[in-house]
Design a protein around this ligand. Structure first.
Ligand SMILES: [Zn+2]
Length: 215
């Protein structure tokens, strides 16, 4: 799929595909300590369901939450391409909840706009230690400089990997070769390609996403 123009997902607007955060909208605040009724709890979790965002060209570019997707639709920025079976009800109306939306105007996706952060490195590496290939919860992973900082290794997408504490200790201040460790794969920037793999992982639950993601 060729073109490098679309390499990286958009991180503006706080709805980038940082899967965790994208699915839980930041505007969601525990406004009241009053216990929610079962109905509004259902509604609250429905509003956080993931929605696939397509560019005007039908290229998948993002995952957001139902709440955010409906705001984009109300603003006339996006339209629903696929609908959920679920509905949300307001006082006067009921709305089918979108599963896939499409931006009405083409949005240029800048290259490598994704922030270099611990969270994004772990997301890129799927919480897998890049030396022993085991999967860990985020709390049990650290970031390893492949070329140690003491040797001039930079903090960059290409030089930072998810690493368990055990491997991190045994590697110490050495290169992987010196420590007898091998990288599971060469670390690369978090691109739209990477994002698309993650979108596929999320989209496995939702058949409506398939035709946009599996080609
Ligand atoms: Zn490890």
């Amino acid at each position: 799929m060729g073109s490098n123009r679309h390499m990286s997902a958009d991180s503006r607007g706080g709805h980038a595909l940082e899967a965790g955060r994208a699915i839980v909208p930041s505007s969601e605040s525990p406004a009241s300590s009053r216990p929610l009724s079962p109905l509004s709890m259902r509604r609250a979790s429905l509003m956080q369901e993931p929605v696939l965002v397509l560019n005007a060209t039908y290229e998948p570019i993002n995952v957001t939450a139902v709440r955010r997707a409906m705001v984009l639709m109300l603003k006339g920025v996006a339209q629903a391409e696929e609908l959920h079976n679920a509905e949300v009800h307001s006082a006067a109306h009921s709305h089918r909840v979108p599963s896939v939306i499409r931006l009405l105007a083409y949005r240029h996706i800048p290259q490598q706009s994704r922030a270099l952060s611990r969270k994004n490195i772990l997301l890129r590496d799927r919480n897998t230690c890049q030396f022993c290939s085991r999967v860990f919860p985020s709390s049990e992973l650290t970031l390893d400089h492949v070329v140690p900082r003491s040797r001039g290794g930079r903090s960059s997408w290409e030089n930072l990997v998810a690493c368990c504490y055990q491997c991190n200790n045994s590697k110490g201040d050495r290169t992987p070769e010196e420590a007898g460790l091998k990288l599971a794969r060469r670390p690369r920037p978090f691109t739209l390609h990477t994002s698309r793999q993650l979108m596929r992982l999320i989209g496995h639950r939702d058949d409506r996403w398939r035709k946009y993601l599996f080609y």
